[in-house]
Ligand binder design. Sequence first.
Ligand code: PMV
Length: 325
Amino acid sequence: MKITAIAPSNIALIKYWGKKDEKLRLPTNGSISMNLSNLLTTTTVEFNRSFKQDEVLINEGKSMKEVDRVIKHIDVIRKLAKISTRVKVISKNNFPIGTGLSSSASGFAALTVAATKAIGLNLSEKELTIIARQGSGSACRSIPDGFVEWVEGDTNDTSYAVSLFPHNYWNLIDVVVIVSQEKKDISSTEGQKITASSLFFKERLNHMNEKIKLCKQFLKTKNFSALGELIENEALEMHAIMMTSKPPLLYWLPSTLSLIKMIKSWRANGLKVYFTINTGQDIHLIIEEKNRLKLIALLEKKPIIKKIIVNQPAQGTRVIKNHLF
Ligand code: PMV
């Protein structure tokens, strides 16, 4: 059967940075995210006995490095279904990959939903998140609706993602600011292997449960300023771990730092806007809907900004009828 799924990327408000099981991608702490309406991956999968070999095409062949990882994930699904049939996978993103916009999250979420259905498995949402997690940790959070928690867990079956609030719960806006399309030199998968080499990593783990609790509380009470301060501090803390890892991971460009400074000055002038950053140079600005146009007008005046992508909270991964082949 041929199945197509569309998946949103997500932005972590509380980050996943560090694994306690490399193969199963069990995280050293839980995390919380919001799905993004305009960073999308569409993937069509077909298993067919007439195929002689596996065929994977990502972004029209521009992402060769990812092909092996996709086949590995398909093998996990084939093993589960006890089927060895060859597969054809075509996948497309509507946004740049490898610059820190979490394309592996939307990519492995879309692949998991399309491939499990195409092979004939009928899985619950929780089971789908468990499988997606093994392809890319953050992918598990792109499957449920809206605002999502990835429960840390200690085993394959207890580390899964679940929706905290639906996408229409709170119209927070995430403006992605692309400062460069330059690809990062070290992937998150590689970077995550050395988290424990930072002297501060243990200290971080000591307060992660408290951060998760606070984040949930600020989402529940829609306390925007408190949430903004928490996520900004969280992003800086994760980058402090990255910068102090051995070897150090420096994902920012000078334009990233310039923008951070601008955000601080806009806030000092009364605009409530907060930032967060993943593994890369691009910044996510979090703002309430009522201030969106004001922020965009400010951003449009800045020549260091190459492109912006405005996102609302989004549904999770879903099956669609328009196939890519
Ligand atoms: O899922 P990965 O291996 O691409 O790691 C994602 C790591 C961050 O984006 C930096 C944080 C997160 O929780 O999304």
